[in-house]
Design a protein around this ligand. Structure first.
Ligand SMILES: [Cu+2]
Length: 123
């Protein structure tokens, strides 16, 4: 009887751990998107907006290359959707241009070409 129970427990544990592993391995993809980020403030904003997007696991922006690396679940979102999020935040995303109104709302130092890390001096 004791063996019977431990066999059941072992089998259940095996099944549970198997499905957890399967879920964790849900196929993730990585995409690099060129943005018009100018400074750390832009970096923080883009990483936050994209990071909160459904299906996005991780978003990291390298401010020296302006490239955003996004790890996402392709069954939950698309690259086009991610680019739209970036555009709506006020930044270019590859071929997708920044949403004009959102871009105008950005601080002066975050406007395209204004950069040079001046955002740090803004209140
Ligand atoms: Cu900025």
């Amino acid at each position: 009887m004791k063996n019977y129970i431990s066999t059941i427990i072992f089998t259940l544990a095996f099944i549970v751990s198997g499905s957890i592993t399967a879920a964790a391995q849900a196929k993730l993809e990585t995409v690099k998107i060129k943005t018009s980020a100018e400074c750390d403030m832009c970096k923080a904003k883009i990483e936050k907006e994209v990071g909160l997007t459904k299906g996005v696991k991780k978003a990291t922006l390298d401010i020296t290359t302006r490239e955003l690396t996004v790890i996402y679940n392709p069954s939950k979102t698309t690259v086009a959707k991610i680019k739209t999020v970036i555009s709506n935040a006020g930044y270019d995303a590859d071929e997708v241009k920044a949403n004009n109104r959102a871009q105008k709302k950005l601080p002066d130092c975050c406007q395209p070409g204004a950069g040079n890390g001046k955002c740090d001096t803004v209140k």
